[in-house]
Design a protein around this ligand. Structure first.
Ligand code: PLP
Length: 496
């Protein structure tokens, strides 16, 4: 099989193999790595039906990580998808109402970020070995709430790494915050910033391209990498579960082999839905990719008008992991729809940072037919939780509820009856206040932790061990900073 190369969305000449793309996270000029072709899956759906999650993972990932040996990749997969997930299926599919929910929250941190972040540390270590890198790898991460904990969980005590996480101090749920600040492991660092996710992500991206800072780090034996979905090592593992969902539907005879499905994805940084698009390009029979936003509906506006405009008020919502105005991974889609013209992408991204907006050409817009945008207000989101619970006895978290609400509206508008899979991105246990008060205002008299008990009762399930009594654990990380102090905090952690 020929090697797949990864080139930067902002410079075609910058071409690397997958192990190098994973190590770098982002290219020198700030572009994202995209494979030079999207490979087709090399087995049939009939064959896929016989595979379990790990085997499916190998079938998909081996097409992208072509410079990994079979042993290396299988070893990463074995270590990632083990009993840190609470079900052997890893990503079970549940039918509720008129949709199928792909539950991506059965990992250690109860959000879909575990699907990729449980394997990323192994991919990174293997990549470093392959590239003969002996530097200590510093994972620098901005989080809107879920990536941070999943990255900490994945990298804690991993030899040869330090992990530094920045989260918006006032922009995450009580449980999300506690999950991060109680993290153990001497290589872990967590800082709350006075700012939002976009501020954190912009400052982190700036450090990645700060050449004098990178030189300074190198002298001390450090190099940066990223655990955000800008890293191709995050994106590729996320393609797997869309194939797995499809084969599960076939196995259960819910669809015929080859029948098209819709995929609805609650979206923030555009990573998860881009993975779904890659699955389609690999050959998965997909009708529409429905991109669901909350009140920060930059992407809905983009799909309706072709204009990306982040100049608007940043809204803090009950689906905080989607409170994002700069969706980084959209850059990869832009690159694909302008026929891989890195000059064009560079221009648009320059416009974005200078004026906060850009417009794509009508030619590019025509290539977005696979997508459909939608959004749910706070009221819509709560209504969706209440409706799903009362009609089907199934509890959705706030992010998944955004997707469900958008799907219901889409169905009404289009009468499209294609079978539909909704990416269920977090456990309701992570967002107990918003979820329970959506069902009944009566619950507002309880705090997040009392509400865990209530969720447990109505879901007929035990509170997950990973968050049980989390409010009684020792707070280890107490640092906070302004957004312009992030670099100096990194220097302090690394002793430079
Ligand atoms: C991160 C996250 C999202 C958004 O995913 P993107 O890949 O950033 O679009 C949605 N829901 C939850 C629960 C998340 O943690």
């Amino acid at each position: 099989m020929e090697d797949i190369y990864y080139s930067s969305t902002r410079n075609d000449k910058n071409k690397v193999l997958s192990s190098e793309a994973i190590l770098k996270g982002i290219s020198e000029e700030g572009g994202l790595f995209v494979p030079n072709e999207i490979p087709k899956l090399n087995c049939t759906i009939e064959e896929l039906i016989k595979l379990d999650y790990k085997e499916t993972a190998y079938a998909v990932m081996s097409r992208f990580f072509t410079d990994f040996t079979e042993d290396e990749l299988k070893n990463c997969i074995e270590k990632a998808y083990d009993n840190k997930f609470d079900t052997e299926k890893i990503a079970p599919l549940k039918k509720a109402g008129d949709a199928y929910f792909l539950e991506l929250y059965h990992g250690p941190t109860l959000a879909f970020k575990d699907m990729a972040l449980s394997i990323l540390p192994y991919l990174l270590k293997t990549s470093a070995k392959k590239q003969g890198i002996e530097d200590k790898i510093v994972i620098l991460t901005a989080t809107s709430g879920d990536t941070g904990k999943a990255a900490l969980e994945g990298f804690a005590e991993v030899e040869g790494t330090e992990i530094i996480v920045f989260f918006p101090e006032d922009g995450v749920s009580a449980v999300q915050k506690l999950q991060m600040v109680t993290q153990k492991g001497k290589n872990t660092h967590v800082v709350g910033i006075n700012g939002n996710f976009d501020d954190a992500q912009s400052a982190v991206k700036k450090m990645f391209t700060d050449t004098s800072f990178i030189e300074e780090l190198k002298e001390k034996g450090y190099r940066f990498s990223s655990a955000n979905s800008i890293n191709i090592g995050r994106l590729v593992p996320q393609i797997v579960y869309y194939f797995y969902a499809y084969s599960s539907l076939c196995r259960n005879k819910d669809i015929k082999v080859g029948e098209k499905i819709n995929l609805v994805v609650p979206t923030g940084n555009f990573g998860n839905i881009l993975a779904a698009y890659f699955a389609k390009l690999m050959g998965l029979p997909v009708n529409k990719l429905i991109c669901a936003s909350n009140d920060n509906k930059v992407l809905f506006d983009f799909f309706s008008t072709g204009v990306y405009n982040k100049n608007r008020e940043f809204m803090t919502t009950i689906s905080p992991s989607m409170d994002i105005l700069i969706s980084s991974n959209l850059e990869r889609l832009i690159y694909l729809i302008c026929d891989r013209n890195s000059k064009k992408v560079s221009e648009l991204m320059k416009e974005l940072s200078a004026s906060g907006k850009y417009e794509i050409t009508s030619n590019m817009k025509d290539k977005l037919q696979d997508f459909r945008g939608g959004y749910a207000t706070e009221g819509d989101t709560k209504k969706a939780i209440r409706k799903m619970y009362s009609e089907n006895d199934y509890l959705l978290d706030t992010h998944t509820a955004v997707a469900y609400s958008v799907y219901e509206a889409y169905k009404k508008e289009t009468s499209d009856n294609t079978k539909t899979v909704i990416a269920s991105t977090a456990s309701p246990y992570k967002f107990t206040n918003a979820v329970m008060t959506a069902i009944d205002d009566e619950y507002s008299k309880y705090d997040s932790f009392e509400l865990m008990e209530k969720v447990s009762t109505i879901m007929h399930s035990d509170i997950p061990e990973s968050i049980k009594d989390i409010n009684k654990r020792e707070v280890i990380h107490k640092d906070t900073c302004e957004k312009d102090e992030m670099k100096s905090i990194v220097e302090r952690f690394l002793g430079i």
